[in-house]
Design a protein around this ligand. Structure first.
Ligand code: DC
Length: 212
């Protein structure tokens, strides 16, 4: 069973999903880390981000795993390497390929089908698990999202905002697994809300629905 937390970059999905999972005793799944791992392996292997066939076979064979808060590729800890601006941009490009998405969605379904998860991404409530009993679509204003990202990474806010607009457009416009709220999702705008308020709200929804 999975609580789905979807939304655009910088809406606070990871921190909120991680905290809700800890509070409810569920496992956290960061689906974006899987797309990032494919992007990292492609960059390192010299695979072009337009080569859907090569990226699909890479995604199908990729030995990406989670160990607590660490992301592993084989035995290598790639937790930091997948967060660079270069990998962030490449992840957005590799994630448009239907074959890459199919390979990763299959793995995500296998994971969440075998336990109690809080999973965050773009398409958890729409594609990975449309039967999820609680879908939350987290949003915040463009500026607030860029400010949060810049505060985390130390980058310039204007640069983050420009890259984010580009990424939002490609995440929303792609044909497969596009970023959109499921019809039955609870839309939560976190602009101006404190982190604890958001975590409380999502946890309460889970309790009200008898999930925890
Ligand atoms: O959430 P994130 O920034 O770590 O995601 C990295 C990229 O992966 C982002 O450009 C969108 C893509 N992604 C996706 O297409 N589907 C998901 N479920 C999660 C992420």
């Amino acid at each position: 069973m999975v609580i789905a937390i979807d939304g655009p970059a910088g809406a606070g999905k990871s921190t909120v999903a991680r905290a809700v999972a800890a509070r409810l005793g569920f496992t956290f799944l960061d689906s974006g880390a899987m797309y990032r791992a494919v992007a990292l392996a492609a960059l390192e292997g010299g695979i072009d981000s337009d080569d859907g066939a090569a990226l699909t076979s890479l995604a199908e064979q990729l030995d990406v795993r989670f160990d607590g808060t660490r992301v592993l590729l084989g035995d290598r800890d790639i937790s930091a390497a997948i967060r660079t601006p270069e990998v962030t941009a490449a992840a957005s490009r590799v994630s448009v390929h239907p074959g890459v998405r199919e390979a990763l969605v299959a793995r995500q379904r296998a994971l969440v089908g075998a336990g109690s998860y809080v999973a965050e991404g773009r398409d958890i409530g729409t594609v990975v698990s449309p039967e999820s009993p609680l879908k939350v679509f987290l949003t915040a204003s463009d500026e607030e999202r860029a400010r949060r990202r810049a505060a985390q990474s130390g980058e310039d806010v204007a640069a983050v905002l420009a890259a984010q607009r580009h990424r939002d457009a490609s995440d929303s416009e792609r044909e497969h697994g596009a970023l959109r709220a499921a019809p039955d999702a609870v839309v939560l705008d976190t602009t101006g809300l404190g982190f604890d308020q958001v975590v409380d709200r999502v946890s309460s929804l889970a309790t009200e629905r008898g999930l925890a």
